[in-house]
Design a protein. Structure first.
Length: 457
């Protein structure tokens, strides 16, 4: 129970309010004691002035006792003209046990004296000195029973304490209700919606509906809604990808069988005496081999296995030429594919994966140009122990949305209807070779992708 946020808030509220009341209680009691003593100093001064008005008169013991009783003191002394005159005194009073001077008493000393009296009890007869009022002398000193002050302070302290408790309870409840409505209940609502959503994240009906609040609570609700929607969409996409993976497994099996049959037929075409047929058959066999290899590695990708390169030393120029032929850019096309790679430039990597990687980038560039006039340029160079391969085009550049999710599957597509898998595959292959791929620039003048691979030669 005490571990809940509401219980902690309630205890904290009550504790802070009680602390505030204690800080008020001590000065209140000290102030009451000071006022009480000043009132009795004034009463004693008045009794002394009554006697001083007729200095030649002799007071009877009965009248003197009556004056002292009405002033509620045991004796009165008034200081005048450097003389300290004992005006009245109860002859039966016990000796003075303590003396207090209100003229120079500080606030801390007054509180200390008040608390000492409350907790230690009265001392008996005490002498209290204070300033005289209305020109009645320099100062007035009275002797008084501290018992009367003690009982008056106990009654006052009890009343103040009772009132403080009532005020504390009312204030604590009011503050707790206000804080609960403003903060605690919205936080409990947020917690409940998180727990509810975690039980079934795919259920879009469990996503929180944010309120119209413009404070931090409202911001937290809106951010939670965005996060829950993103998680829900990701899980739905994951489910669909799992179903797609099952379908791909079946298609892959059948397609590999079909390609194997085509491969056997192509073997016979290579043996044809016609040189042209032999040339076309060689390119066809290379394409079929890559297709069979792609079908084989598809299952590994679906099993979340890393793409393991099979590196060899090869010349990059012919691979780039083959990519240009694979783009099927006919003579009527306004797009030109330019291979600026040195024919003798050698690279130590997996040639099939490098082919797929560059083909994806080149195909994206060709699709960006569409029917516009432009060119696709592939270059390669060695720089500080790295192979730097760039694929550039003169297209209109990538959309802003594509830049944000450039290498994210199903989100980084650069064209309408695309899957976004091409650039994701480029990133995967580059990382498998220990390199990286970056978008150097993309604006209205064109797009440049740069692939950096550690040079192994």
């Amino acid at each position: 129970m005490f571990h809940s946020l509401s219980a902690k808030l309630l205890m904290l509220t009550v504790g802070l309010v009680m602390l505030a009341e204690v800080l008020i209680f001590v000065p209140s009691v000290a102030f009451y004691r000071e006022v009480w003593l000043e009132d009795h100093l004034a009463s004693g001064q008045i009794a002394g002035l009554a006697l001083e008005a007729n200095p030649n008169a002799t007071l009877s013991r009965e009248l003197e006792a009556e004056l002292l009783a009405n002033a509620m003191v045991r004796g009165v002394m008034i200081k005048r003209a450097e003389a300290r005159v004992l005006m009245l005194r109860d002859e039966t009073a016990p000796p003075i046990m303590a003396r207090y001077d209100l003229r120079n008493a500080g606030f801390v000393a007054l509180m200390a004296d008040a608390m000492s009296l409350i907790f230690s009890g009265p001392n008996g007869v005490i002498e209290v000195t204070g300033y005289a009022i209305e020109g009645g002398g320099e100062y007035v000193a009275i002797m008084i029973d501290e018992d009367m002050l003690y009982f008056a302070m106990v009654i006052f302290a009890r009343n103040v304490l009772f009132l403080s408790i009532i005020i504390s309870i009312f204030t604590a409840i009011s503050l707790y209700v206000a804080l609960s409505r403003l903060f605690l209940q919205p936080m409990e609502h947020l917690t409940a919606k998180m727990v509810e959503f975690s039980a079934s994240p795919e259920d879009a009906s469990r996503i929180i509906v944010p309120s119209d609040r413009r404070d931090e609570i409202g911001t937290a609700e809106r951010e939670l809604e965005a996060m829950q929607q993103e998680i829900s969409q990701a899980l739905v996409q994951k489910t669909r990808l799992a179903s797609l993976g099952e379908a791909m497994t079946r298609i892959n099996h059948d397609l590999r069988n079909i390609l194997t049959t085509v491969h056997l037929v192509s073997d016979r075409l290579i043996k044809s005496p016609d040189p042209r047929v032999q040339s076309l058959s060689g390119a066809l066999m290379t394409g079929i081999d890559r297709a069979i290899d792609l079908c084989t590695t598809t299952l590994s990708y679906g099993k979340a296995q890393n793409v393991v390169p099979r590196p060899i030393l090869f010349e990059l120029g012919p691979i780039v030429d083959e990519i240009g032929h694979s783009l099927s850019l006919n003579q009527s096309s306004q797009v030109r594919f330019v291979n600026q790679v040195d024919p003798e430039y050698q690279l130590y990597a997996d040639p099939d994966q490098i082919f797929r990687m560059l083909l994806n980038l080149a195909r994206n560039a060709a699709e960006a140009l569409e029917d516009e006039e432009g060119q696709i340029v592939v270059t390669a160079k060695v720089d500080n122990g790295f192979d730097i391969i760039e694929v550039a085009d003169t297209g209109p550049g990538l959309p802003d949305k594509a830049k944000e999710y450039l290498f994210t599957p199903f989100q980084g597509s650069t064209r309408q209807g695309g899957t976004g898998l091409g650039l994701a595959n480029v990133l995967e292959i580059t990382k498998a070779h220990g390199g990286e791929v970056k978008l150097i620039k993309s604006d209205e003048t064109g797009t440049i992708f740069c692939i950096t691979l550690p040079r192994q030669i």
